[in-house]
Design a protein around this ligand. Structure first.
Ligand SMILES: Cc1ncc(COP(=O)(O)O)c(C=O)c1O
Length: 458
């Protein structure tokens, strides 16, 4: 048996982020100003983001320096270890080698601080006093709460109501780091009130929570908004993970045939796999699989179209795979995967066949999470279980084909505050959800009148 964990010394922490925009075979279509239908300019974003973030959002530079202050904070938990899942391999009797990058070792328990640190830093140096945001399962909100505490910023988090009720410990984590957390839809914003007027029992959605957080930032001149996924600068910051992984795979003497990650807005997936997508663009043969829930099948069943990033139509129009901004997904336990859209960069890479999307049912994901816990020990976040389900499928396929494939996946977070979800699964309370086609068509009606991208697939 070789080593179980591959560590990198702190001196090997990457000092630049990788910007895939510089290598994409098809350039992305621009985001649009919904009022004019024209491509967005930096001024359109200035009320909600600080200028260094806006510059990164539109940058075409391949490598972007990580500021010293951000590197210092990354060292609190980075570089993160790469593990070989020997016991899972043995259990599955597969000839495949399975590696996973452990992003659950960050203080907040997931990959989310990789961008939260950077966003808090750029806001701090730009004079922001307060950051507003949304959160689904609470991983992003807790990561941002921690990073705001590190840089002395106030933090207000709108948490999707279904998760707020299912996951009280995440709220308490946010409060421990000094943030305020409210259930969304809330009565604190016009956006939340509008939703509650239509449906007082709304379970909330990421789209609604984004509307509330954006509105709150726009109403306060000392505040800016931060998004935990979807946008280009978030994907960029996450690549510190994949750049480490490439060095660690080289130490292990292996290179992946298959790279897998779960996808909500796309950031953990992007972070680990974009450096490998780059290799694929330049000729490597790799299967790169993005896994989403069957109950929120954005990439596998949503068209590539222009849509709002939020429910109440406050954001720019983004070119992305979408189920429509009014879509409210089933209240599955993987709260971080309940988003109606997908990162524009990932959407474009799916169109270019560089990424292969797959949808997985909830019960299979929990079964996979339990298999992983009983072999490798770690209890995974319900989002991460989506990736593990496909890892198991691929490892069993390798067994059938008798191939010694190398499978890599991003273990995006631990599930230690998601135990209610495991209990619901083990006591037989969870069910699978497949979205009916007419439900998708109904949800898409509200984007029918929006401008269409050149590569529209509706
Ligand atoms: C542990 C974990 N993995 C994955 C995700 C999905 O988000 P993203 O696609 O932005 O990585 C989340 C979101 O909350 C998460 O908490």
């Amino acid at each position: 048996m070789g080593g179980k964990k591959i560590f990198l010394p702190e001196s090997e922490l990457p000092r630049q982020w990788y910007n895939i925009a510089a290598d994409m075979p098809t350039p992305m279509e621009p985001p649009l100003n919904p009022g004019t239908g024209e491509p967005l300019g930096p001024d359109d974003l200035a009320p909600i983001f600080p200028m260094p973030i806006i510059e990164q959002e539109v940058s075409q530079e391949r490598w972007i320096d990580i500021p010293e202050e951000v590197l210092e904070k990354y060292l609190y938990w980075r570089p993160t270890p790469l593990y070989r899942a020997y016991q899972l391999e043995k259990h599955l009797e597969t000839p495949a080698k399975i590696y996973f990058k452990n992003e659950g070792v960050s203080p907040a328990g997931s990959h989310k601080p990789n961008t939260a640190i950077a966003q808090a830093y750029y806001n701090k140096i730009s004079g922001t006093k307060r950051i507003t945001t949304e959160t689904g399962a609470g991983q992003w909100g807790s990561a941002l709460a921690m990073c705001c505490a590190m840089f002395g910023l106030e933090c207000d988090v709108w948490m999707v109501k279904i998760s707020y009720n299912q996951k009280p410990y995440r709220r308490i984590m946010m409060e421990t780091w000094g943030a305020k957390c409210v259930a969304s839809p809330s009565t604190l914003t016009k956006a939340g009130q509008k939703i509650l007027d239509q449906d007082p029992d709304s379970p909330g959605s990421l789209g609604i929570a984004i509307s509330e957080a954006v509105e709150a930032a726009v109403m306060d001149e000392n505040a800016k908004y931060a998004l935990g996924s979807v946008l280009n600068h978030v994907m960029l910051h996450q690549t510190v993970n994949g750049l480490e992984t490439q060095k660690q795979m080289a130490i292990a003497g292996d290179y992946p045939d298959v790279v897998i990650g779960c996808c909500g807005g796309g950031s953990n997936f992007a972070g680990n796999c974009f450096p490998f997508v780059r290799d694929k663009i330049y000729g490597k043969n790799i299967d790169i699989i993005a896994v989403e829930p069957a109950s929120c099948p954005t990439m596998t069943r949503g068209p590539f179209a222009y849509d709002f990033g939020d429910t109440v139509q406050m954001t720019p129009l983004l070119p992305m795979h979408t189920l429509g901004h009014g879509f409210v997904p089933e209240p599955i336990h993987a709260g971080g995967l309940r988003y109606h859209g997908m990162a524009p960069i990932i959407s474009q890479l799916v169109l270019d066949n560089l990424i292969r999307p797959m949808a997985i049912q909830q019960l299979e994901t929990f079964q996979a999470g339990i298999t992983f816990a009983r072999t490798e020990g770690f209890i995974s976040a319900p989002e991460t279980n989506h990736a593990i389900a496909v890892v198991i499928q691929e490892a069993l396929k390798a067994k059938e084909e008798g191939k010694e494939k190398v499978i890599l996946f991003n273990w995006s977070g631990h599930g230690l505050v998601d135990m209610a979800a495991y209990e619901a699964y083990m006591s037989g309370k969870l069910v699978d959800h497949t979205l009916a086609e007419d439900e998708i068509q109904r949800a898409l009606e509200n984007i029918a009148s929006l401008p269409r991208p050149k590569q529209y697939t509706g």
